[in-house]
Write a protein that binds this ligand. Structure first.
Ligand code: 2IT
Length: 444
């Protein structure tokens, strides 16, 4: 495989799409060795075919705000690869959304979904719509307008969207309502639904819970565990909430959360009661963490990231490239032992390089946060069977899946000195599954 040639050609075809190029480069670098052991991959141009999405839908989304003014947003759905199952992946509603970000997310999703052991292809979508500060009625009208376009491209066996940043239970409900009306069918076309109309227990918690199960397994490889550890978490949304809840249950102390305004340092640890307060904060559309400090006597550090605090474990739970080289240096000098990316591509390539050089356990997002989409897969199964499993059943399956992902990462990522390169392990395991499926199905 000629990585340089592939990257150069992508840079020419897709100039400036930096997140997408970053995600592709990382995967190609880590699969190069195994790729070159399979001449049949090169012959079928698997790499070249895999890095381009199958198709991209772009559409305008006109809607009317509460003042009666017409608003216009852009909507997207990127169907990246469906060699192993229907397209599957979340929708992100955030002003920063563009083709590059959605292509990176869709590309990552291919390997993540392959790792879950469930039959799901990779996709992503969303809009530059900002739900923050919008009324319920505005969010509803936007979701309905978005679905009027999207519904033609999706279906329970074709493409199954879900949530991501800015898309939670409320948005999924409105999207589902419009889909049901247009398609005139009640099927599992979206995941992350409420329990009353086909949602799965544990889905809201799944990304954070799965992340902590995975991190605990990473620590167990060296005879250690989460219990008693001090943890820095970034973000304060659904993913951070799930991660903090499970970390606390497992006996760790989470000392930070963060928002666009800065971060909170709470030396007493973030308890369930404090998490509830955070959720209420979000519900009022107040996208800031500072009120937490006044309420609970914690410290608020404006305009900084939580990675400067001395912790054993760092869990990025906010967004891509939120932990850079400087942050990594600080964390390592403060005695960090493990990083679990619960956000997608939370660390920059330079930060990852530092973690690997220093033999810090580093779990990449596509493995660590795969519990979210895995539980979406379980929601699809329950919908297809017209049944619902108990919370304990879903949690047990989630646990099992995270453990299988961990095993695959170790199998393909263990180095001669025993250190596990989870990034390499996750990329190789996910890639091999998809590449073999593509080979078997011919040039299509
Ligand atoms: O990044 C992700 O894996 C998600 N946002 C969840 C996707 C899903 O289909 O549940």
């Amino acid at each position: 495989m000629n990585i340089e040639k592939i990257m150069q050609s992508l840079e020419v075809k897709h100039p400036g799409e930096k997140e997408y190029l970053q995600a592709v480069n990382e995967v190609l670098m880590t699969i190069e060795e195994v790729y070159n052991q399979h001449p049949e991959f090169e012959k079928a141009k698997i790499a070249e075919r895999l890095v381009e999405p199958d198709r991209i839908f772009t559409f305008k989304v006109p809607w009317v705000d509460d003042r009666g003014e017409v608003q216009l947003n852009l909507g997207y759905r990127i169907q990246f690869n469906n060699a192993i199952g229907p397209y599957k992946g979340g929708l992100r509603f955030h002003p920063s959304v563009n083709i590059s970000i959605l292509k990176f997310l869709g590309f990552e999703q291919i390997f993540k979904n392959a790792l879950t052991t469930l039959p799901m292809g990779g996709a992503k979508g969303g809009s530059d719509f900002n739900p923050k500060g919008k009324s319920d009625a505005e969010v509803m009208r936007f979701c309905q307008a978005y679905m009027i376009e999207l519904w033609r491209y999706i279906g329970p066996e074709t493409d199954v969207p879900a949530g991501d940043i800015g898309v939670g239970g409320r948005e999924i409900g409105y999207l589902y309502g419009m889909y049901r009306k247009l398609a005139r069918e009640n099927t599992g076309v979206l995941t992350g639904k409420s329990l009353e109309f086909g949602g799965s227990l544990i889905r809201p918690e799944a990304t954070g819970f799965g992340g902590l199960y995975f991190v605990n397994q990473m620590l167990e490889t060296s005879g250690d565990s989460i219990s008693g550890k001090t943890i820095a978490v970034s973000g304060f949304g659904n993913v951070a909430w799930g991660a903090i809840t499970k970390a606390t249950q497992m006996g760790a102390k989470v000392v930070t959360i963060s928002g666009p305004d800065g971060y909170i340092y709470d030396e007493n640890g973030i308890s369930a009661e404090k998490i509830d307060y955070l959720l209420d904060l979000r519900a009022t559309c107040n996208d800031i963490v500072s009120p937490y400090a006044e309420k609970f006597g914690a410290v608020f550090i404006p305009n900084r990231r939580p990675w400067e605090v001395k912790v054993d474990i760092a869990l990025p739970c906010a967004t891509q490239n939120e932990l850079d080289e400087m942050d990594a240096k600080l964390l390592i000098s403060n005695g960090l032992i493990c990083v679990g990316e619960i956000s997608n591509m939370g660390c920059t390539p330079e930060a990852i390089e530092l973690f690997l050089e220093n033999k810090i356990m580093y779990g990449p997002g596509k493995a660590v946060n795969a519990g979210g989409v895995a539980t979406s897969g379980l929601e699809m199964t329950q919908n297809a069977m017209h049944i619902s499993w108990t919370a304990a059943e879903v949690d047990a399956k989630l646990h099992q899946i995270m453990s299988e992902i961990h095993t695959q990462c170790v199998k393909y990522g263990r180095e001669k000195d025993g250190y596990v390169n989870y990034m390499k392990g996750a990329n190789v395991a996910g890639f091999l599954k998809v590449a073999k499926a593509m080979l078997a199905q011919g040039i299509i």
